[in-house]
Design a protein around this ligand. Sequence first.
Ligand SMILES: NC(=O)c1ccc[n+]([C@@H]2O[C@H](COP(=O)([O-])OP(=O)(O)OC[C@H]3O[C@@H](n4cnc5c(N)ncnc54)[C@H](OP(=O)(O)O)[C@@H]3O)[C@@H](O)[C@H]2O)c1
Length: 300
Amino acid sequence: MILVAGATGRVGSLVVDLLRQQGRAVRALCRSEVKSKPLREAGVEITLGDLTDRRALVAACEGVRTIFSAVTSLNPRALNQSYRPETVEEQGHRDLLEAARDAGVDQIIYLSAIGVDHPAAPRQFQVKRRVEEVVQSCGIPYTILRPSGFMENLLTVLPPIRRFGVAPLPGKGTTPITYIAGKDVARVAVLAIGHPEAKGATIEFGGPEDLSNRQCVQIVARVLDRSARICPIPFPVLHLAAGVARLWSPALREFFAILHFVDRYGLRAPRRPPFPDKLWAPSSFEAFVRRQTGRVGVDR
Ligand SMILES: NC(=O)c1ccc[n+]([C@@H]2O[C@H](COP(=O)([O-])OP(=O)(O)OC[C@H]3O[C@@H](n4cnc5c(N)ncnc54)[C@H](OP(=O)(O)O)[C@@H]3O)[C@@H](O)[C@H]2O)c1
């Protein structure tokens, strides 16, 4: 039995899909009954509960051999939610691993991110680094996955390019990011299950190319057959807006801090295969955009 924590999220749900396609038994830790419904219908066992609920964690780990966690307390699509990464992610994973140890789990795969050990890492990244340390010292064979930025982050530029021919970009948008598609991140997570080279490994990986956000905008414009004027939004403006909005959007400040960090330092990952013995042909950004927009053509 494989436990997926964060199974209703972007990568977690893709991991569940891949595991179900392989006919593997999957349990999902879900905090929302409504969101868990499609998973249940797809044959996934559900443990309802939050990462901060120790009793739910004990129940979720029973009979489990592998745990994959993609839980994050910062969801850019729900910035109005409370933001307590030290309580949710750090303490939550500590409790999850304690329950996992008691249940005899034999592999924990934690989805972290490139950049978490950078000296200027923002709070969310620092918390992820501390979760990595918890994972590394928990006594269970572990795998830490550190992907670069997800291609899906760029989908926000599609509507303004389509409608107005403009692309608002935070900051300069010139630093390189080895963007990777969520489905490729999920593939790596599934390949890591039981792989001998995954044991005790921290694996940094990304897609096939280093691209700046400006280059990504040009690719989107080309695929949509539109022109796109880039409108840079200066970070002081974004930070001011986050200060004003902090009551209704507690996580906005942190979200902008991450964008600022990435705009300054980039997110470059090695472009070698995460596992040399496995086929690895990650999607290019253009192919990703073509799939997302239904304009499937030549993958350049
Ligand atoms: N976006 C990027 O560019 C990027 C790059 C590298 C690494 N990463 C990392 O990759 C991981 C996965 O990202 P993603 O985009 O798949 O995240 P996501 O879509 O936001 O999914 C997060 C998942 O965590 C769950 N969750 C949140 N708080 C929880 C709690 N207290 N208890 C139990 N579950 C909880 C969410 O459940 P609900 O559905 O109920 O909210 C959801 O299933 C994250 O750790 C992220 O930091 C992201």
